[in-house]
Write a new protein. Sequence first.
Length: 288
Amino acid sequence: MLFLLASLAHAEHAGVLPAQSWVAYGGAGFTTYSELESDAGSGTVDRVNVPRIEGYLGVGVVDRLQFAAYVPAFYSFVSDGSSGPCTATSQVDCRDIVGLGRVAFDARYNLLGGPVKLTVGLGGASSAHLRDVRMRYTMPGQATVDLTPSLYVGKDLALGKMGAGIVAFAHYDYRIPGDTQPDLDEKAPADDVRAGLEFKLSPGKFTAQVGAYTYQRLGGTGWLAYPNSDDRWATSDYDDVSAGLKLSADLGNGLGAHLGVHRVLWVNNGAPDALDVTLGVHKYFAEI
């Protein structure tokens, strides 16, 4: 049921890559939780673990225009089967899942490139390839095709001799279920809004970033509304507030290393203890 969590936060920016430059990122992540709060009750559940590897590629196509793509692969499994629902009933499918996650791409255009940066984006994403396992307790996505317009606003700052910056962003996901839903009154999941505010501080070759995030699903029911549907998890009205910390190091020659931690602070119909950790490296190339 991990698909009830918000898309875990990563660093955003209000600008775009310079023309004819590109950046590649590769890393690993791990998400886990063992508590749930919903209309079905609250408490400890079987722990779900989702290790993953992820790759990102961004390209500055022409002046002010950037294309990017993101591809994750994951393994989702239950490590503690003593709390339920995996051991409590045979009606819950808790088998492991291995595969590609939510594959995404976007295009961003920088409208204002001065002291205050303003960028608009339009993206697409798909996890429809997971539709046959969407009913499993270990499902890490929602088996949808998404169309996502976005807005980014940011400003570079200076605190003494240290660099700094702030960025706010918002995404609207128009969601198209990856299969027919004849037993549901409305599409599931409903469209959603994701937004965040991040502040970074750069003393020398190191950067520390803190962020606050929210995910709001624009519709849905409780978990008990459609107990016999393959889309019963996606019908939930899920919302959350979360926080993240990211530490980065400039390794020189266009290389950088990144360590991030992201945790849910408040949730409606989801996991209040959801935690995500990422570790990765990027390489920047000034020319294609």
